[in-house]
Write a protein that binds this ligand. Structure first.
Ligand code: GCW
Length: 758
């Protein structure tokens, strides 16, 4: 295994560092307002970004020789800090090198726009790393083995291939990657209708090499399932991040628009590599000031950096902004002055950010203002903003996350549906209702939200939580793709069998998906070195919800940790069951909301909040001497009736309800016997313990990759796994002890130590 860390690989790393140093560390100047195409230097010293400028070979060679000598003598290991995420572009193994190099021997990207420059830079950076050699940029007639990227309108070479009809079918973001031989010359063509589509294709082509797939005989056609693929940042103007566990906000509002942190561009690159094309910059608990001119200019500066990478900026809007920011007496949608305020605001925004995506709104939820303050509906509120944005092509993403009024229903899980279902068909065409995956609130496991399939004449988008608010923050290794796949594949039976959530999302007039970001200023972006796997998986699923969790894990692991078979197998194995393990050590069998109220990290099944019962854990688990679980069947809250009859009946029937959701939908006796022969009490004990055991197994597996991955990330992950073991054990012991105080059942032998603790 030590062979994996040869001096040659150290030299390669140093070589790449030398190249970066030589290219200089010119910090970006503000690009705001600049419309002309440009070639830019960027903060290469801080990350991956590079220029395409020619450089002095003599100086480079001297540096390399000196550096290599130093490395060889000192035997230093180059640190890996996770900054490069899945775009590390490490050199491929010898056996593949020549085959790859023969088919990526030159780059031809005709066109001078910033996006074309980004494509060129990415290809140069990627190929220089993967192939460990400098790849020439050519302008016109490519040599055999060249990679030609572009659109029919920006590239005469692409235009000459007659791909227009095919490209049209793939939409603006889709792309083709094809091995062709025009005039007897072997080329690889990456083509799209749009330059951003060509950029996506470029990343895909590089991914083929990162994941060691063949790059000859290619005939790939990709088209994203959904039009808008967004990150939602819950970032505050003061630099903090709500539910953020990786440092501060990436957006340095105090420095903007004057200084452009080079990291903004690397953020855009990472997103574009996945096909993500939008970012809501600020927290849905939005400050009115975000829409003030000062902050709009700052947002515009970010939009300028993101634009070449196809990322559009969106903002979360505070519904009371006309009053709080505009000085109007109210924010009532029926007040003509309020309408004018929003119209003027939209004009101002689009003057600064011509491709502004739109607003995201959290209204009448957890203390936020909204149309109900004026006895109007969510549709009235959403339409007000939608009318202001419509002339500019913007959209409103109106969140359905609201549960504050017990008058709507005693069961919190039912409230959003009850509020929004009657409004179906009343929203403007440019409104899309943003619905969390489940009916409560990003719990470790939830059934799909009944508004998916429930809303039939309204565009619906899904909101997933990438940041691990309820799953161990950035301490626990929890790979979320299996959860998102379970959700996306859930059959809603809306209009008959096969109406999966993924298909419902794709059939809306406006199509979109959002993930609450887990990014921050931590050097490795997400705190835990495995947490970028969730950012990556969200992006890949937003593009193609049919990718399996295994495929995505494999892809991420190869690009992030290398292609060594043993390392790869270990890492993907650890990831595979990590979500299920977290569900088990926190809230198995459909239990939910057992976490303590503020931080949502530790267990607190005994929480009682008299004033707001939905903040009490007991409200959800209802454990007593006789049994446990929330009866949401006809004999209880009847939340099951919000689903299509097929699903309703499945969930309502104890025989057909998935065991994983048993206590979400049913209150059962402790002695209720499951199909596997265990009682609910026994199963609960088993699962809590099994979750902890999984973490211990991950620890053991990780030890086996020592020396197979860089020491810096190895240690960081190792430390977090130990914290995760402590965290998981605390959940298990606290919950088991608490539930035992209710059930009075004996503990199985493997859990006796739980009882001994205070
Ligand atoms: O569950 C809650 C989170 C809040 C979040 C809210 C929401 C942004 O704990 O932090 O607020 O959901 O989604 O609006």
């Amino acid at each position: 295994m030590s062979q994996r860390f040869t001096n040659a690989s150290l030299m390669r790393g140093f070589l790449s560092a030398c190249l970066k140093m030589e290219r200089g560390c010119v910090e970006d100047q503000p690009q705001h307002g600049e419309n002309t195409p440009r070639q830019r230097n960027s903060g290469a010293c801080c990350g991956w970004s590079r220029t395409t400028h020619p450089r002095s070979g003599v100086f480079r060679q001297a540096l390399i020789v000196a550096g290599a000598a130093w490395l060889l003598s000192a035997g230093h290991l180059l640190a890996e800090d996770g900054y490069r995420l899945w775009l590390r572009y490490e050199k491929v193994e010898h056996r593949l090198l020549e085959a790859y190099a023969a088919n990526a021997s030159a780059i031809v990207v005709q066109g001078n726009t910033p996006t074309c420059a980004a494509i060129r830079e990415e290809l140069q950076l990627g190929l220089a790393g993967l192939l460990s050699r400098e790849i020439l940029l050519e302008t016109n007639v490519p040599a055999a083995g060249a990679v030609v990227v572009g659109t029919p309108s920006s590239s005469s070479l692409i235009a000459s291939l007659g791909l227009d009809a095919e490209l049209k079918l793939l939409g603006p973001d889709g792309f083709l990657i094809r091995s062709v031989t025009p005039n007897g010359r072997r080329l690889t063509v990456v083509a799209s209708q749009s330059e951003v589509g060509a950029l996506y294709g470029t990343f895909h082509f590089l991914r083929l090499m990162q994941t060691r797939q063949p790059i000859t005989g290619l005939n790939i056609a990709e088209r994203p399932a959904l039009e808008r693929r967004l990150l939602n940042h819950w970032d505050n103007l003061n630099g903090s991040v709500e539910r953020g566990y990786a440092g501060k906000s990436l957006w340095k509002w105090d420095e903007l628009p004057g200084r452009i942190d080079p990291r903004y561009r690397d953020y855009a690159r990472a997103n574009a590599s996945l096909g993500l094309n939008g970012a809501v910059l600020n927290n849905v608990n939005a400050k009115p000031e975000q829409l003030g001119t000062e902050y709009l200019k700052k947002a515009a500066a970010l939009a300028d950096v993101f634009r070449p990478y196809g990322i559009r900026v969106y903002l979360a809007a505070n519904f009371a902004a006309p009053k709080k920011l505009g000085g109007l007496p109210d924010a009532n949608p029926n007040n003509p002055k309020v309408r004018k305020w929003w119209n003027d605001k939209a004009d101002e925004i689009y003057a600064l950010i011509p491709d502004f995506g739109g607003f995201l709104v959290k209204a009448n939820s957890e203390g936020q203002p909204g149309p109900q303050d004026y006895k109007l509906t969510h549709a009235d509120g959403a339409n007000l903003l939608a009318d202001a944005l419509a002339p500019h092509g913007g959209i409103v993403m109106w969140r359905a996350f609201g549960y504050n009024s017990p008058k709507v229903d005693k069961d919190r899980a039912k409230r959003a549906y009850l509020e929004f279902k009657p409004l179906d068909g009343q929203f403007r065409d440019n409104v899309i209702v943003q619905v969390k995956n489940g009916p409560i609130d990003f719990q470790p496991r939830e059934p799909f939200h009944p508004l998916f399939g429930g809303l039939k004449q309204t565009s619906v988008m899904a909101e997933l939580e990438i940041t691990q608010e309820n799953m161990g923050h950035s301490t626990d290794l929890v790979y979320l793709a299996p959860m998102w796949r379970e959700f996306l594949e859930s059959d809603t039976y809306a209009g008959g069998q096969g109406a999966t959530v993924a298909s419902i999302l794709a059939r809306s007039p406006v199509t979109a998906i959002a993930g609450v970001a887990n990014t921050g200023t931590d050097r490795n972006w997400c705190g835990h070195d495995f947490a970028p796997a969730n950012w990556h998986a969200f992006g890949r699923l937003a593009w193609n919800p049919r990718l399996t969790a295994e495929q995505i894990a494999d892809e991420w692991a190869r690009a992030t940790w290398g292609n060594d078979a043993m390392v790869l197998a270990t890492i993907t194995n650890m990831m595979r069951g990590s979500w299920e393990a977290c569900v088990n050590y926190e809230m198995p069998l459909g239990l939910h909301h057992l976490m303590e109220a503020g931080g949502h990290y530790d267990p607190k099944p005994e929480t009682v909040n008299q004033g707001a019962p939905e903040y009490s854990a007991w409200y959800y688990h209802k454990a007593d001497a006789k049994g446990i679980g929330f009866d949401r069947t006809k004999t209880g809250s009847d939340a099951v009736s919000q689903y299509a009859p097929e699903i309703r009946d499945r969930f309502a029937n104890l025989d057909t309800c998935p065991q994983e959701l048993l206590l979400w939908f049913h209150h059962v006796d402790w002695d209720y016997r499951l199909k596997n022969g265990r009682t609910v009490w026994e199963e609960l004990c088993f699962r809590y313990n099994d979750g902890v055991e999984y973490v211990k197994r991950m620890q053991a597996q990780w030890e086996a990759v020592r020396g197979g991955v860089d020491a810096e990330r190895f240690e960081a992950v190792r430390n977090r796994l130990e914290l995760q073991r402590v965290h998981a054990t605390k959940w298990r012991d606290t919950c088991i002890r608490y539930f035992q105080s209710k059930s009075q059942k004996p503990l199985p032998a493997y859990l006796t130590q739980v009882a001994e603790k205070p």
